[in-house]
Ligand binder design. Structure first.
Ligand code: CAA
Length: 246
């Protein structure tokens, strides 16, 4: 398999870590961003102990200038970015009638506007080099909506709108753009949902359990292969049967 340069945003998170591990395991050079230096250093050390060398750049994905600088720094250090996984995301769950503008804006900025901020500085180089793989990590809740997540569901649904437009614009340039929509995976984000609420959600999952981060990473890695060149604009649901769109 060709060794490529990959940027996984939010690599230190639950699903992000699994994606970083998977892509590094395939021999790719992997970079990620971070915001909290202490957390990032502990994570980098954990990865290094596993034999995984991750290039880390301080950048908030909601900040366009920081993302532009991050892309240039990664290019200088690892070479042009071939694989981009827009994975960084946050929740600010509350019912809409109680939601503040800040809770709305934080989620839209970090989950959706980040797709512009991070992808814009890398797309021209992918087009020029006639090869690229972009994967958005959306959510089951962008597909079906979720009580308490008007901000998150709107941003996650928007990510797939971004995917299908970019897929059309960049197909001729060897750049595929796809979405992976995970269901409820056993990460800190999902474990922060109050236990009694979470138990009711898990009871709705036909497979009968939360997902594992590796189960998401496997699919993301699939989209980044040479063999997946004819798959573009897809939205792959990985949710234990929780929501079956078609
Ligand atoms: N459908 C119908 N009613 C619901 C409901 C649902 N799904 N969920 C809660 N309710 C009801 C409750 O039963 C309660 O009713 P009563 O007042 O009659 O008792 C009422 O809503 C509570 O409403 P509040 O306005 O008081 O709710 P709140 O402001 O306290 O917010 C909440 C509650 C934050 C929405 C909480 O229920 C919650 O955290 N829900 C889970 C949200 C969720 O799934 N988040 C996903 C996070 S993980 C993630 O996002 C990753 C991913 O991509 C999957």
């Amino acid at each position: 398999m060709a060794q490529r340069t990959a940027l996984v945003t939010g690599g230190t998170g639950g699903i992000g870590t699994a994606i970083v591990r998977y892509l590094a395991g395939q021999g790719h050079r992997v970079a990620t961003n971070y915001r909290n230096a202490a957390k990032a250093e502990a994570w980098r050390k954990q990865m290094a102990d596993e034999g995984i060398d991750v290039f880390m750049v301080e950048a908030d994905v909601s900040d366009p200038a920081a993302c532009e600088a991050m892309a240039r720094t990664i290019e200088e250090k690892l070479g042009p970015i071939d694989i981009l996984v827009n994975n960084a995301g946050i929740t600010r769950d509350t019912t809409f009638h109680k939601m503040s503008y800040q809770q709305w804006n934080d989620v839209v900025n970090t989950n959706l506007n980040a797709c512009f901020n991070v992808t814009r500085p890398v797309i021209e180089s992918m087009r020029a080099r006639k090869w690229g793989r972009i994967v958005q990590i959306s959510s089951i809740n962008g597909q079906k909506g979720q009580y308490g997540q008007a901000n998150y569901a709107a941003a996650k649904a928007g990510m797939h709108g971004f995917t299908i437009s970019l897929a059309q614009e960049n197909a001729k340039f060897g750049v595929t753009v796809n979405t992976v929509s995970p269901g409820y995976v056993g990460t800190d984000m999902v474990m922060a949902v109050p236990e009694e609420v979470r138990e009711k959600i898990v009871a709705q999952i036909p497979v009968g359990r939360l997902g594992k981060p590796e189960e998401i990473a496997h699919a993301v890695a699939f989209f980044t292969t040479d063999e997946a060149a004819w798959i573009t604009g897809a939205n792959l649901a990985i949710n234990g049967g929780h929501y079956m769109g078609w």
